[in-house]
Design a binder for this molecule. Structure first.
Ligand code: H79
Length: 430
């Protein structure tokens, strides 16, 4: 299964599944993550001067989008302007942008064009508040005329962004403090954008709930029946941090992806290019390794899956614990078992509420697997002692109906949209 996205009438945001988040700005030059201006109280003039050094000579939109495709991703989201207020596009509203300074390029235009060329969906990240423009939202809190000026500028900036880049797929608001929806005039804001781009989607960070939830740094949404997208760092920083080498392993990324796929959510996984625009090799390697796995065998279990678990995401660190070998995902009559920890020649799971028709190992061999079912207990046998995939073997367990897993002492795992969650009584207190 290829990562390149093919549009069809059933396509929905949740089927994008896996996207590349790119945090790039002046902070990337400092290498101390994207909040450094604020956290270090860098004098404004000193920070502004970074723009004269921000030449972005290794920022290659084509290569970034190629990486996203190789990684098996279906969309990209770029920070067009982070909290620092520096715009990566050709705005007429401020000189603090990449076209008027050292780079002399419109990086957003380049990325949008490259993404479109590859059939990738595109999201533009926009920070509502920023530390550069005066007044900023905090200064506008107590002063009516400052507030009026601030909102005129904010709405004009957003209007210009979605006019310059039209059509795009997502407007990704961030930097919401210190206002709520009323303060941001969020209804008016969204309506204005929708008038210009009727099909655009919004996240829920301007105070309204938007089209999808954006859990940051964790999986799952408070309301799992709404579309959601978890944004996660690949190390522990969004913007480039020269001292952060704490990269997630390919297996950990598989866990995140499976967790998203179980809950029909998306994973927006971040890279923070260096100041010159080059991408740390470690992130490239992890993304490519997972992309190769998706291509080889994982894709069928990850893309276009249905809502399967409710509770596994709700229970935080317990997620995926139904099976200690690795998570399950679901599509139609197929249950997929993503085996992160290979226990050896046989594998058993209980609680299967459907009749299993066949089992196969995904991948080149696609080989059928022997199994037996005794009631709700299913055992796969005749398996090798060592894992048959270098990263993570995946089984397709085809059933006679959409399967659910249920076992008292565990949790009931309902399939599909389910208005009432009905836990097993012993599991109510978790
Ligand atoms: O871009 C990445 C982060 O920089 C950004 N979102 C991701 C995608 C982000 N910005 N802020 N936050 C995440 C956390 C919010 C912190 C806050 Fe606060 C605490 C906002 C309000 C209270 C700092 C302290 C800002 C105002 C007071």
């Amino acid at each position: 299964m290829k990562g390149v996205f093919v549009e069809n009438s059933l396509t929905k945001f949740s089927d994008w599944r896996y996207g590349l988040f790119i945090h790039y700005g002046l902070y990337s030059l400092l290498g101390r993550a994207e909040w450094s201006w604020n956290r270090e109280e860098i004098p404004a003039e000193e920070y502004r001067a970074l723009a004269n050094r921000f030449s972005a000579e290794k920022f290659e939109a084509e290569a970034l989008c190629d990486l996203a495709v190789r990684a098996g991703m279906r969309y990209v989201v770029l920070t067009t302007m982070h909290h620092e207020g520096f715009r990566l596009y050709d705005t007429a509203l401020s000189d603090f942008n990449t076209v008027k300074t050292a780079a002399k390029r419109d990086l957003v235009a380049e990325l949008v064009a490259a993404a479109r060329k590859r059939g990738l969906k595109i999201g533009l990240y926009h920070s509502l508040n920023n530390w550069h423009d005066q007044p900023d939202a905090v200064a506008a809190l107590e002063d009516k005329s400052a507030y009026a000026r601030f909102m005129v500028a904010t709405l004009a900036r957003i209007r210009e962004l979605v006019t310059l880049f039209n059509p795009i797929d997502v407007l990704w608001y961030d930097g919401w403090w210190p206002f709520n929806a009323e303060g941001w005039q969020a209804e008016h804001m969204n309506e204005m954008v929708r008038k210009i781009q009727p099909h655009i989607l919004f996240n829920g960070r301007n105070g309204l709930s938007g089209d999808f939830a954006t859990p940051e740094g964790h999986m799952g949404s408070p309301n799992p029946w709404r579309p959601w997208e978890a944004c996660m760092t690949l190390n522990n920083s969004w913007g480039f941090h020269a001292g952060d080498h704490d990269w997630k392993s390919p297996g950990q990324v598989v866990d995140l992806l499976a967790s998203a796929a179980q809950g029909r959510g998306n994973l927006l996984l971040n890279i923070g290019p260096r100041g010159d625009g080059s991408v740390p090799e470690e992130s490239v390697k992890v993304l490519e390794t997972v992309g190769a796995w998706l291509n080889r065998c994982g894709g069928e279990a990850i893309y276009d899956t249905e809502q399967f678990t409710f509770d596994l995401q709700q229970r935080g660190e317990h997620r995926g614990d139904w099976s200690f070998h690795g998570p399950f995902t679901l599509r139609k009559n197929n249950l997929y078992w993503i085996i992160r920890r290979w226990p050896g020649g046989t594998l058993t799971f209980g609680g299967c509420q459907a009749k299993v028709r066949s089992v196969s190992l995904l991948g080149e061999s696609g080989r059928p697997v022997s199994f037996k079912q005794e009631g709700t207990r299913v055992t796969l046998s005749g398996l090798p002692d060592l894992p048959p995939d270098p990263l993570c073997p995946v089984f397709r367990i085809e059933c006679d109906q959409p399967p659910s897993l249920y076992q008292c002492g565990g949790l009931r795992i309902p399939n599909g949209p389910h208005p009432h969650y009905d836990p097993c009584p012993s599991d109510i207190k978790h």
